[in-house]
Design a protein around this ligand. Structure first.
Ligand code: ATP
Length: 422
């Protein structure tokens, strides 16, 4: 299918959203069954949400899906944004009028749906535009003008921003997290993106995808694809001679072969995951200890302790995700759910040395009982030295990794936790 590591998610979507669609309309009618009209795919960027949405369209034999970017729908002129939404549904409406229950399925994919479906009343400017756009969308899915031949697929990196009203049954009722792939998923994704070169024997025998999967913790699907491309560019570069003019080795076609060294070089220099940090960088941040420079850090520690407690709670299954949000130029970092087989500090997004925190608050956005794992928050503050210079050194790491049901805690992280929790 060209999608790696998402079999479980696919099976779940299939059962909930497809089953009723593949039966003849009479059977569905006899059961009084309502089709799922909306799916929300959420998770970090580059994890395959768009691929998944397209795949759903293909499997359901639907009309070519309409893909729109949330912000594209918004228009500065009064009434135009709502009209844009209505236009998206026009074909489906026309076909439903004409063919009734035998109408084909129309899929509308909203990328960055959070842009238009922010919780009502929260969008800036008090123009009410977002509210009316959400209302328009709702009326097509579940209101007086509702259509039966549509499937709306919303995608977002920020599920917490979506208006709750949209998540109710009859609306984007099926919500599926598409998270970073675990090691097996990464092997599958690497297989997909190296399949062609392998079939043309351009992949050296020393390339071991399992080894690469182990080395690419926290990589998204898009980053793995980027890694393959970067390795290819290393191999191609070997066959280019740049003297006075750039010349390609005449035997390039036979000689071109992407090796393990190319992948390692690309890993070292080209592609770094957006999520996660190395243990060394965390240690670097911790080297000067935790500087409790004010209320935000204090609050972070207090909130962190509560989250840790929640996660350790025997009733909970162990994972709390925390989203740090703040104004522009403030470090924002999302600490995402991580696969449980990979508990280590590197699952945490690292504070970048050049980032500063001024005003940070925490939003707990996932139900801690959803899955096992851990909570972490790294915070970084400007540190002012005795000369009054802000040198931007470190702050806090508040990783809380702990042992839950036999999960291993890495030494570095447990030390950090002890440090923070005294
Ligand atoms: N699970 C995966 N299997 C195979 N390839 C993947 C996977 N995830 C991502 N990719 C690669 O990364 C590219 C980008 O992925 P995609 O656009 O589906 O991500 P996304 O989750 O929709 O990201 P965004 O939130 O930024 O829109 C894909 O075209 C594909 O080449």
């Amino acid at each position: 299918m060209g999608i790696g590591g998402l079999d479980k998610e696919f099976t779940a979507i299939f059962r909930r959203a497809f089953a009723s669609r593949v039966f003849p309309p009479e059977v569905v009618e006899q059961l009084g069954c309502q089709h799922v009209k909306g799916i929300l795919l959420y998770g970090p960027p580059g994890t395959g949400k768009t691929l998944m949405a397209r795949q759903i369209g293909q499997m359901l034999n639907a009309r070519e899906p309409k893909i729109v970017n949330g912000p594209q729908v918004l228009d500065k002129y009064v009434g135009e944004s709502e009209a844009n939404v209505r236009r998206l549904f026009a074909d489906a409406e026309e076909e439903e009028k004409r063919a009734g229950p035998n109408s084909g399925l129309h899929i509308i994919i909203f990328d960055e749906i959070d842009a238009i479906c922010k919780a009502r009343g929260t969008a800036g400017g008090n123009t009410g535009v977002h509210d009316t756009v959400v209302n328009q969308l709702l009326s097509k899915m579940d209101g007086v003008e509702r259509l039966n031949n549509i499937l709306v697929i919303g995608m977002t990196n920020r599920r917490d921003m979506i208006d709750e009203a949209l998540l109710r049954p009859g609306r984007l009722e099926l919500q599926m997290e598409i998270s970073l792939p675990n090691e097996d998923g990464r092997v599958q994704i690497l297989q997909i993106h190296t399949a062609k070169m392998r079939s043309y024997k351009k992949l050296a025998d020393d390339v071991n995808l399992k080894e690469l999967a182990a080395l690419t913790k926290n990589f998204s699907g898009a980053e793995l694809e980027g890694l393959v491309r970067a390795a290819q560019s290393c191999a191609m570069n070997r066959l280019i001679k740049a003297t006075n003019k750039v010349e390609v080795d005449p035997q390039a076609l036979e000689k071109l072969c992407i090796t393990r060294a190319d992948f390692l070089h690309a890993l070292e220099t080209d592609i770094k995951p957006a999520f996660g940090s190395s243990d060394e960088s965390l240690e670097h941040f911790l080297s000067r200890g935790i500087l409790n420079w004010g209320t935000p850090v204090q609050e972070c520690l207090e909130a962190g302790r509560i989250f840790i407690q929640q996660s350790k709670d025997t009733e909970s299954s162990g994972l709390v995700s925390v989203l740090l949000e703040g104004k522009i130029a403030i470090m924002k970092m999302k600490v995402d759910k991580v696969p449980t087989d990979e508990l280590s500090l590197s699952n945490f997004a690292a504070a970048n040395k050049d980032d500063f925190v001024e005003d940070t608050k925490y939003v707990l956005y996932s139900n801690p009982s959803e899955c096992r794992g851990k909570l972490a928050a790294l915070i970084k503050s400007p540190v002012t030295n005795t000369m009054g210079e802000t040198n931007g050194t470190l702050i806090i790491a508040l990783p809380a990794t702990w042992s839950i049901s036999g999960a291993q805690v890495s030494v570095g992280s447990s030390q950090a936790v002890e440090y923070i929790l005294e």
